[in-house]
Design a protein around this ligand. Sequence first.
Ligand SMILES: NC(=O)c1ccc[n+]([C@@H]2O[C@H](COP(=O)([O-])OP(=O)(O)OC[C@H]3O[C@@H](n4cnc5c(N)ncnc54)[C@H](O)[C@@H]3O)[C@@H](O)[C@H]2O)c1
Length: 253
Amino acid sequence: MSGAHKGRVAIVTGAAQGIGRAIAVRLAADGANLMLADVNGDVLQQGAAIVAAAGKVEILTHAGDLSQEDVVNAMMAAAMKKWGKVDILVNNAGGGVIRPFLSHTPETLRLTIDRNLWTALWCCRAALPHMRAAKYGRIVSIGADSVRNGLWDHAAYNAAKGGVHGLTTGLAREFAGDGITVNTVAPCAVATPQLEAMLGKNIPLVDKFIGVIPMGRAGDMREVASAVSYLASAEASFITGQVVSVNGGSTML
Ligand SMILES: NC(=O)c1ccc[n+]([C@@H]2O[C@H](COP(=O)([O-])OP(=O)(O)OC[C@H]3O[C@@H](n4cnc5c(N)ncnc54)[C@H](O)[C@@H]3O)[C@@H](O)[C@H]2O)c1
């Protein structure tokens, strides 16, 4: 991997497993020091060990529910205390409660918004003052291609991820003069262990999700991480306010 992030400090949320861990592995291999945060403390420690093997970088972990402002502020304070700066924020924490809209309960609706949107809102709010003071920052959030194609059973999830897409364009404009770029990577179905366990098992809904992808397969977590690493790099200095789909062509343009 490159040294594209050597000397940079990156926060990755939802870094314990899945796509977030793959992003953290990639950023470590590219040289970034990392704050890894997740609500699941035990799995986070296992994930951090895997990330540590990917690069000779400094790693901090923070366990807690990032939909809570005080948890996010404590995480940010710990990163600032250790490194005195935050160059990169990757808002990856999230995950769907995927079901028909009328099957949701008030609790699953709230959980969906909490996980996917409040985590990103609080993290941006905590990171941006430091980035603005430093006149440098890269924010990359994980959105969802399903916002663009209205995937089956994704209405509530899309409401949350659509909020992330909207936050991206608004913040990009507001902080464009501060050396800060704000972008979103929007994957289609990605072959996390969770999805892998369902592939090829004749589950009609899963087959439909893959069926809309012209390349005929789910994305690899490393394909998502690669796009994130590029948008988080200094090199991507003239790209802001974009939602970049990593989707095997499932939506185009
Ligand atoms: N897997 C896919 O097919 C797919 C497709 C499009 C978008 N996404 C998005 O990619 C991101 C990663 O998804 P994944 O498939 O790797 O899911 P995952 O469930 O494997 O990982 C998500 C991580 O986020 C953490 N998390 C959730 N809520 C949190 C909170 N409130 N505070 C702190 N941590 C929290 C979880 O503990 C978990 O470790 C999510 O935002 C998801 O919505 C995934």
